[in-house]
Design a binder for this molecule. Structure first.
Ligand code: PLP
Length: 393
């Protein structure tokens, strides 16, 4: 038995643990009496064109087209549609051969990490706060995971990065809009980051890649646009997913983009093909590839998330909590009124508020609230939050 895998399988993530707890509470007290902010499961339904496209495909295309194997990196027409969409939006010149279709961001990351690293002397850095599974993915690839401590604003921590990037650093994972903080890195920050990385590449005389994990790219508020990082830093690989922006998390569809400008781009793309083979990820779900071909330009209705963002942020600020203003994604990062966020999480449970302490995200003293819930949950939860806050007065 693989001990590491056994341990992973037996230890559920705290998010799953809390989600299960809230299910039990809902059975006990009634679903409307429990305020579950644990899971990042999109609450907005997919664009209606998704289901219409599926029905049309099933009615008009042969089963072998809808359900058969595509070529290993994905159907050419599908990848072409994605390239066309990005080229239009970002003024790029991608071809279908730059894309590898995957089963969502998790697969995109696992494949890219496997392709880029060879042994545990190879290091992958992630900036805190970070998506908890990064550590699992990096270690499964056989590499070493390093955490760049967060700065006060949860932006890019240049001082720490400067200290931490070393001769073994193969890549840095960037996640903007960020889960769990909701922060979106600005173009100026990213340009400064690119300068630092170029300096490090020169210093160590090897490539330092950025792996941009972007499942929330289209979930931004206040007219913000997420900068296209490959246009800012040459060695950028994108790991994308339609789980969040098209509300298709259960359908497992996404891609890896390896632009031509990336160092050794042909070899890196080929290594992704190899890693896809080795990990058994060849051929992303065929029907959903065809759906993406026809719906690549669409997103779910982001107004719902914006409404929830405003309700939760303004509501909790009014109660007295200190919160990070979310510019994107659907998470609110709230400062715990006591140093130990686990204790705060436990106190919140008394009021049937279920929230995730930040320790697993590489930061102490915060909790994450996923506001991909119905607005009613947020409105109804406010008196409970008030009672919780009063415990600290
Ligand atoms: N990366 C981040 C930052 C996420 O929040 C998630 C899912 O919540 C993933 C990756 C995994 O996404 P997928 O469901 O597409 O595998």
């Amino acid at each position: 038995m693989n001990k590491k895998m056994l341990e992973l399988g037996n230890n559920r993530s705290i998010i799953r643990e809390l989600f299960e707890f809230s299910k039990i509470q809902k059975e006990k007290y009634g679903a409307d009496k429990v305020y579950d902010f644990t899971l990042g499961n999109p609450s907005v339904p997919p664009h209606k064109a998704i289901d219409e496209t599926i029905i049309e495909l099933l009615n008009t295309k042969a089963p072998s087209y809808n359900h058969g194997y595509t070529s290993a990196p994905g159907d050419n027409e599908v990848r072409k549609a994605i390239a066309d969409d990005l080229n239009k939006r970002f003024g790029t010149n991608y071809k279908f051969t730059n894309f590898y279709m995957t089963c969502g961001a998790a697969a995109s990351l696992c494949i890219t990490l496997k392709a880029l690293t060879e042994s545990n002397t190879d290091e992958i850095l992630a900036m805190a706060p970070y998506f908890t599974e990064y550590k699992v993915f990096v270690e499964a690839a056989g590499a070493t995971f390093g955490i760049v401590p967060a700065n006060e604003t949860f932006g890019i921590n240049f001082a720490e990065l400067d200290k931490m990037i070393n001769k073994n650093t193969k890549a840095i994972i960037v996640n903007s809009p960020n889960n769990p903080s909701g922060v979106v890195y600005s173009e100026d920050e990213l340009k400064k980051f690119a300068e630092l990385l170029l300096k490090k590449e020169k210093e160590f005389n090897h490539s330092v890649y950025l792996i941009c994990d972007e499942p929330y790219r289209e979930i931004v508020y206040d007219g913000l646009k997420v900068p296209h990082i490959p246009s800012i830093y040459h060695n950028t690989v994108i790991c994308y997913s339609y789980s969040k922006c098209l509300s298709l998390p259960g359908d497992r569809i996404g891609y890896i983009l390896v632009p031509d400008q990336v160092d050794d781009s042909k070899d890196l793309y080929a290594a992704c093909l190899g890693a896809g083979r080795a990990l058994g990820y060849v051929c992303a779900p065929s029907l959903y590839q065809k759906v993406i071909e026809r719906c690549a330009t669409l997103t779910s209705d982001m107004n719902e998330y914006k409404k929830n963002r405003d309700l939760l942020y303004n509501g909790l600020k009014k109660v007295g909590f200190e919160c990070v203003y979310p510019q994107g994604a659907f998470y609110l990062f709230v400062k715990s009124p006591e140093a130990d966020a686990n204790k705060f999480m436990e106190k919140a449970k008394k009021y049937n508020i279920v929230i995730v302490p930040s320790d697993g995200f590489g930061v102490k003293g915060y909790v994450r609230l996923a506001y991909c819930v119905s607005s009613k949950v947020i409105i109804d939860s406010m008196p409970a939050f008030e009672k919780l806050y009063n415990e600290y007065k």
